[in-house]
Unconditional design. Structure first.
Lengths: 480, 771
């Protein structure tokens, strides 16, 4: 019996007597004995793999970054993930590499050489995380040209000021031939079902919706989790413990994508970074939105369904999807229903989901609006939580009057919302300063934001109004 | 072959990139039967602890014991300067102050045990802002006063104005949070690993708490995952708890603060409030300035006094203050005890004078860079505390050179043109200088020791009192030792810092780590070279004075082909009964300061620099981007250019964080609302300027400092003031160019409202003209 020194809870083998294993740095490793909510990070450190560090325990600093093999265009890719936001049982059946695996026979890997030579480390504490993010980027299969330093934006460094790390990333050539590269020509291992139990808690990972509903029927209180980027934070920071966690990430039905003349259907279980390769005709605003959503390691785990289900007042998924008139496909044992996103958020952190129901997909109707802009206002430009975010869309009729308009916001109320009064003030009008002023007056009347550490109510209202002006300005810039 | 001045990589770079470099918390598995500690936290910012019942915690499975005041054999206080920080307080003085500590078999056990501890509190009113502290007369210390010249002159100054500047604090956010592991050693003492800048003080505090003489205590710091001043004294309580737990239970004890606890429990850069009056002549020359500083010291004194003094010392920055009257008081508030942070009060003092100069320039319709330059010190000038400004000419040289290299004047015109044609996006450009005094202002701290051991195979262990926190001290020490002994870099191993190697060391702080410890190491190496030269002379058949050591060889005539390996010389020395180890020592000469008179020479020398920064603001949101920064830094003769450039760039970006996006927000209950990485934002990739040029002043060797180098740890942080001033310049472009201000940090929200105010001012001017 192994005890984790972090949250050790003794193990009882699951009913089938199956053990859960994963491939860690090329070796089979058992996670039996790990408490359900032991983070993958603590698990690794317990194994003596102390290269990955805990810097924040909420997926912001990237000191805990490891790479996980994920399917990618017929083969696979190394994806940087925050090991502090994965529960150890989530690793079951996965293939994971830590910084300790990179140097071979004392010979440093390219990324390690580049970081050392560029002066990319000072205190060194963040370095293993940077090395792993950079490794994933060097081996990115669709990479053309130099590494993209933005792929390292999920890693924080307090010492260097980033310039040498940028230089290290830019100095890297193509991924060198060898086992690491060869591995990518094959897909990742298919995820199988997991039933990991300890004396106090249980982790289930069904592979079909049907299995999932059976488990849910027996235990309706079980906590559903997709990428875990929100649940992991709650576990680490609030110390919340659940009796039963059901992981949705192996359910194929939640990971489908389709596009027709009438609509786009995005599986709720697709990670954010999996979407662009599927939705190739996505509007530019979608790509602008995507890079502002969390960080690369977060986007490698977080799902669109999870982002909507947490119903955060400041979630970045909602404004975009509200403005695109999206609806959610909700499924339960009883069947399926389609709910417009606008009526999905029912209150602070509350949704229209009923017990034993989950989001299967997000539907976006077509044609997409003519003009779409996404704005995120935050203290930091990248990887920050919105003070206010907005997505605005507009279509015009033949006479040049506004035909359809959407102003969707987060950060201005307890729930993400569409500012219907402001939209109404604009529809049927010409899109000019006067229309902006009417919309702003409507926002003044209808928005009641709060003050908190991200921004004052006064600023939130002022900036929400100001963004309408920016939307006009951007339109004119585009038209010019 | 020489290593000093060569761009060698960080001494631990290989360990960093492979994950092999170990930090305190990486040692866990080496301590069987280790216990984990979790604190019982006060839910109030200020409250009396009426009763404490730990017995329910003991019913939690896995809880070994609970540490309370009753367990302390010595003095239960870890305060650094004043003994004013009870380890187990009967009066909670800030939100989440630890009241007791639970030790458990796992961290989870300890945490669940802590939840069960029953504490009765009597909440008391809390003072949470500087303004409230001033009105309540709540001060930890002060007022201190530093004055010079005749202040009555400003009554007749052509330009006289008053103002106020609120300066926010800053969380260190070292990536490695505080951590300590302590255990009873094999011979009746207590040993500890601690992530601390000051192992000797950790030793002192453990000895105080356990009531043991210091020779019973050994503290080691392997390396730190960043510190920035935050581990100078603030590491004391955690190592004390670990040691106390180990003493009580006989088992190793680990105290590691999670990020949330580190935010909640440890001190930050001091917030400051400055109220000033300043007088200028028509050409923007400062005639006199009066400033009252109020720093937010938090609940205990910590290092607040020397930090305030450094603000007073650095109010001049690079400017001659003909008449000056500075006062400073340290407010006691019910918050974490604010502490050392890179710059140590200097940044706050400099920010205020830069604010004043910009205000004057815009009131006089002069360019801020011109006003700054007109006020520079000249050779022979003395500071407002009477120290000659050595090498004042470098201020002018650096200014001129960085203006040229950044094409300041051409870009000024370009930016003005851009702004004319861009109603919603405006650019700003600013240049600001830095002069930073090097030395601990408490003179006696300016000493250091070293112990250099040579083994018979010629390999070398270097011990010194400095700690490695990422600043590259060990790299520089390795270079200095290798050069001094004439051996290859890899022959020198710099050992982790231990109190049983060098006693009574100073904190690694005040940018002086290399100056002090490097000189001590060089001293030890010199003694060894003298001894080895005598032995080598015998082997080489030459005079000892002719012997040189280079590249691992002893040379009699400079010809490498006839040299003999140092290993052979060492073996011969051993056989000739010549000792192969030496202690080195250094004290900074000729520095002194009398705080009562406000006169003296507190600094060994000054480090100089200047930076030019350009920003672009989005007027719709107040959001901005740093487009370009050019820096010229005086590092003397750089021992280690890669390390020094890293310090300049990293310090600058850290300063940008302090002045722009890093905002500490305490709510009305005294809870820190920005207590995690998701709410407190440090600079990320998006804050790095697209163009970032860093140069070193050439031919700048500093006599009397090891290898002619200059300190570089802190000075670059204050170059970030150029970014705040560039933001101000861009905000001004939305208006009529008149004076404007905003509190620090310049968050997008503050910039947004400043832009609105600037636009409103322009509108009102237009209205006036129309009428």
């Amino acid at each position: 019996m192994k005890r984790s020194c972090y949250i050790g809870v003794e193990n009882r083998f699951s009913e089938e007597g199956k053990t859960s294993e994963f491939l860690l740095n090329g070796r089979r490793t058992s996670i039996d004995g790990a408490a359900v909510q032991t983070t993958l990070l603590d698990y690794l450190r317990d194994q003596g793999l102390t290269g990955a560090k805990e810097g924040c325990a909420e997926g912001e600093c990237g000191a805990c970054t490891v790479v996980m093999l994920m399917d990618d265009a017929g083969g696979s890719a190394y994806r940087a993930v925050n090991s502090c936001l994965m529960f150890a049982p989530m690793a079951a059946g996965r293939e994971i590499y830590t910084v300790e695996a990179l140097a071979q026979n004392g010979e440093l890997a390219d990324v390690q050489k580049a970081m050392a030579a560029a002066g990319g480390s000072q205190c060194g504490y963040c370095t293993p995380g940077f090395v792993m993010s950079m490794f994933a980027e060097q081996y990115r299969r669709d990479r053309e040209g130099p590494c993209d330093p933005h792929e390292l934006s999920g890693n924080l460094c307090r010492c260097t000021g980033y310039r040498p790390i940028r230089d290290a990333a830019l100095s890297l050539g193509p991924a060198p031939a060898g086992e690491f590269l060869d591995r990518l020509s094959q897909p990742a291992q298919r995820l199988e079902s997991v039933d990991h139990q300890t004396t106090t808690s249980r982790f289930s990972r069904p592979t079909t919706l049907e299995q999932c509903f059976t488990i849910l029927a027996a235990d309706p209180e079980a906590r559903l989790v997709a990428g875990g980027t929100d649940v992991g934070v709650e576990s680490n920071l609030k110390g919340t413990r659940w009796n039963h966690i059901i992981s949705l990430e192996a359910i194929g039905e939640l990971r489908e994508f389709s596009e027709t003349e009438e609509r786009v259907l995005i599986g709720a279980g697709l990670t954010l970074n999996e979407i662009p390769a599927r939705w190739t005709a996505a509007p530019e605003a979608f790509r602008e939105w995507l890079v502002l959503f969390g960080s690369p390691p977060i986007r490698n785990r977080a799902t669109l369904g999870g982002n909507l289900a947490t119903a955060s007042a400041i979630g970045d998924g909602a404004p975009l999807l509200l403005a695109l008139d999206a609806s959610v496909h909700l499924v339960s044992k009883g069947g399926k229903r389609v709910v417009p996103l606008q009526s999905f958020f029912t209150g602070y952190r509350r949704t229209a989901l009923v017990p034993r129901e989950l989001i299967a997909a997000i539907e976006i109707p077509k044609p997409l609006p003519t003009f779409v802009k996404f704005y995120k206002v935050a203290k930091r430009r990248m990887d920050d939580i919105s003070t206010v975010a907005a997505c605005m869309t507009m279509d015009w009729d033949e006479s040049g009057r506004v035909d359809r308009c959407r102003f969707a916001f987060n950060g201005v109320a307890a729930v993400p919302l569409r500012a219907a009064a402001a939209e109404d003030a604009v529809v049927g009008q010409r899109w000019n300063e006067a229309a902006v002023e009417r919309a702003q007056a409507a926002l003044d009347r209808t928005l009641r934001p709060i003050s908190d550490h991200r921004g004052s109510a006064e600023y939130r209202l002022a900036v929400a109004k100001s963004l309408v002006g920016k939307f006009l300005w951007n339109r004119r810039e585009t038209a010019a | 072959m020489s290593f000093a001045g060569k761009p060698v990589p960080h001494e631990s770079a290989r360990g960093h990139v492979t994950g092999d470099a170990l930090y305190t918390d990486d040692l866990l598995l080496r301590f069987p039967r280790l216990l984990h500690a979790w604190p019982v936290l006060s839910p109030y910012a200020h409250a009396l602890v009426k009763s404490l019942d730990v017995s329910p915690a003991l019913t939690q499975p896995g809880v070994a014991t609970v540490l309370t005041a009753a367990d302390v054999p010595g003095e239960g206080d870890t305060g650094s300067s004043r003994h004013d920080e009870p380890l187990f307080p009967t009066e909670a003085m800030y939100h989440q102050q630890p009241i007791a500590w639970v030790l458990g078999e796992t961290l989870e056990d300890a945490r669940l045990g802590a939840e069960r501890v029953r504490v009765e509190y009597e909440p008391l009113p809390a003072i949470l802002t500087i303004e409230d502290a001033i009105s309540a007369g709540s001060f930890l210390s002060g007022p201190f006063r530093l004055a010079d010249g005749d202040m009555s002159v400003i009554e007749s100054s052509p330009l006289l104005f008053d103002g106020e500047l609120m300066i926010g604090g800053q969380e260190h956010f070292y990536l490695e949070t505080h951590c300590a592991i302590a255990w009873r050693d094999e011979t009746g003492g207590v040993a500890a690993h601690s992530s601390t800048q000051h192992p000797a003080e950790a030793q002192e505090v453990i000895s105080r708490v356990l009531g043991l003489p210091r020779h019973k205590i050994t503290v080691e710091c392997l390396r730190m995952g960043g510190a920035f001043g935050g581990k100078e004294v603030q590491s004391n309580p955690w190592v004390a708890i670990a040691a106390l737990g180990a003493w009580k239970t006989g088992r190793p004890v680990r105290v590691r603060l999670t990020r949330a606890l580190d935010f909640a429990l440890t001190g930050k850069r001091h917030p400051f409030l400055a109220r000033y009056s300043a007088g200028f002549d028509d050409h923007g020359r400062l005639e006199g300035v009066r400033i009252s500083y109020y720093s937010d010291g938090g609940w205990s004194l910590d290092l607040s006094e020397p930090i305030l003094w450094r603000a007073l010392f650095h109010t001049d920055n690079t400017y001659r203050l003909p008449a000056v009257e500075l006062t400073g008081s340290i407010c006691r508030t019910h918050k974490t005890s604010q502490t050392a942070f890179r710059g140590f009060g200097g940044p706050q003092g400099m920010l205020v004078i830069e604010e004043i100069l910009d205000q004057a320039a815009r009131r006089l319709s002069l360019r801020p860079d011109v006003v700054r330059e007109r006020n520079f010190y000249r050779e022979g000038d003395r500071t407002h505390y009477g120290q000659i400004v050595k090498d004042a000419g470098r201020i002018h040289t650096i200014w001129r050179k960085v203006k040229q290299s950044s094409e300041f004047d051409a870009r000024r015109k370009e930016i003005d043109r851009f702004n004319e044609n861009s109603p919603h996006r405006k650019r700003g450009l600013a240049i600001t200088p830095v002069k930073f005094g090097i030395s601990f202002t408490a003179t006696f701290f300016n000493q250091a020791g070293a112990l250099v051991l040579i083994y018979r195979d010629g390999s070398v262990q270097v011990n010194h009192g400095g700690t490695e926190m990422g600043q590259g001290l060990h790299t520089k020490i390795q270079q200095i030792a290798a050069d001094s002994l004439g051996v290859p870099l890899e022959a020198v191993r710099v050992m982790p810092t231990r109190t049983d190697k060098i006693p009574n060391t100073s904190a690694t702080a005040a940018s002086a780590g290399t100056d002090l410890n490097g000189a001590a190491v060089a001293d030890a190496c010199r003694q060894l070279c003298v001894r080895l030269a005598a032995v080598a002379a015998g082997l080489l058949g030459c005079d000892a004075s002719a012997v040189r050591f280079s590249n691992g060889l002893a040379l009699g005539n400079g010809d490498e082909s006839e040299g003999i390996p140092i290993a052979r010389v060492c073996e011969a020395a051993y056989r000739q009964q010549v000792p192969l180890f030496a202690q080195g020592y250094y004290r900074t000469p000729d520095i002194h300061f009398d705080p009562k008179a406000g006169r003296g020479k507190p600094f060994h020398y000054f480090a100089y620099a200047a930076a030019v920064s350009e920003v672009e603001i989005d007027g719709f949101t107040g959001d901005y981007r740093l487009l370009r920064t050019d820096i010229l830094e005086d590092v003397g003769e750089s021992v280690s250019p890669v390390v020094d450039r890293g310090q300049v760039e990293g310090g600058f970006i850290q300063g940008v964080g302090w002045l722009t996006l890093e905002e500490l927000v305490w709510n009305s209950q005294g809870h820190l609302a920005t207590a995690g990485a998701s709410t407190y934002k440090l600079p990320s990739w998006s804050e790095v300027p697209d163009v970032f040029n860093v140069g070193f002043l050439e031919r700048a060797a500093e006599p009397g400092v090891v290898m002619g180098s200059k300190a570089v740890g802190e000075p670059p942080l204050m170059l970030a003031i150029s970014v705040r001033e560039a933001i101000r310049d861009a905000v001004a472009a939305f208006g009529d160019g008149g004076p404007l201000t905003f509190a620090s940090p310049a968050t997008p929200e503050r910039v947004f409202f400043a832009v609105q105010a600037a636009r409103a001012a322009r509108e009102s001017v237009r209205e006036t003209i129309k009428r």
